[in-house]
Ligand binder design. Sequence first.
Ligand SMILES: Cc1cc2nc3c(=O)[nH]c(=O)nc-3n(C[C@H](O)[C@H](O)[C@H](O)COP(=O)(O)O)c2cc1C
Length: 171
Amino acid sequence: MLRSVRQIRQYAPDPVPAEIVEQILDVARWTGSAVNSQPWHFIVVRDRVSLVRLSALRAPIEWLATAPLGIAIVLSGASPIAEAYDEGRVTERILTAANALGLGAGVAWFGTEEHQTAAKRILGVPADRTARSIVMIGRALSRRDPRPGARARGRKARAEVVSYDRWGSRT
Ligand SMILES: Cc1cc2nc3c(=O)[nH]c(=O)nc-3n(C[C@H](O)[C@H](O)[C@H](O)COP(=O)(O)O)c2cc1C
């Protein structure tokens, strides 16, 4: 199952039931973090106006407004490197939890510092916090990437990304 988790960018508008959202939030808050710091705060964004404003920040994330809901990840900003790692971990768990519950999910990065500042204003996040991404969740309409010039979605061959015992040893 895990191997088939993909970035979804086209959603049906039906709302995600509150109990499903809570299950996903519980998976998220139980994610491990550096020294168990749990540097995150999650904003469940359902408000259409906010979603449309976030989607307008930059072209590669325009699709996000098709989803009924997103979970924005806000970090304390105290330990940027550890928090970036923790953010990746929690993002992946939200994606896999959504999939396990029969939904699709996809991450959108707000973009540059200026875009992040704008996103924080839209979501009412204090300026000293870090907020650079939102994970969209909903019923997947398609796995296709609707963006013009979408990249290939395959993966490098196992032999290209794996060594055994020492760098470059293929066996
Ligand atoms: C750090 C990070 C930022 C991402 N930002 C965006 C984004 O802003 N917009 C977008 O459409 N996809 C974004 N993605 C999703 C990637 O494009 C996606 O993981 C990759 O293309 C593989 O997709 P697939 O698993 O469906 O093949 C991001 C992924 C990561 C890990």
